[in-house]
Design a protein around this ligand. Structure first.
Ligand SMILES: [Zn+2]
Length: 102
């Protein structure tokens, strides 16, 4: 059974906040965080009659396609945030370099 995408996203945020509170910045690693994410276990229940998945925790009711769609969109949202951050850093270091050259 797939994990509930909504609950998983919420759980990830909680895990990340706890990890950042417990672990000093210089000891943090992305892989450690991903290992914690792997432990998330919020399986949905299959309703055989309607072929829908149901999350007992948040009440999400969706087909398999909708579940992957929601998961995709939530991942996309996270990635976009990271990308924006990288763009900003790139822009920042570039403008710094240009300033030094002028
Ligand atoms: Zn849920």
């Amino acid at each position: 059974m797939p994990n509930c995408p909504e609950c998983t996203a919420r759980e990830k945020k909680k895990i990340q906040a706890k990890y950042e509170a417990d672990t000093p910045e210089e000891e943090r690693g992305r892989d450690d965080l991903f290992k914690l994410y792997d432990e998330i276990d919020i399986p949905m229940k299959m309703d055989a009659a309607t072929k829908h998945f149901i999350c007992k925790r948040c009440g999400l009711y969706a087909t398999r396609e909708q579940v992957s769609d929601i998961r995709y969109k939530l991942n996309q949202k996270e990635r976009t945030r990271d990308d924006k951050h990288d763009d900003y850093l790139e822009w920042w270091s570039k403008s710094k370099k240009e300033k030094q050259e002028n």
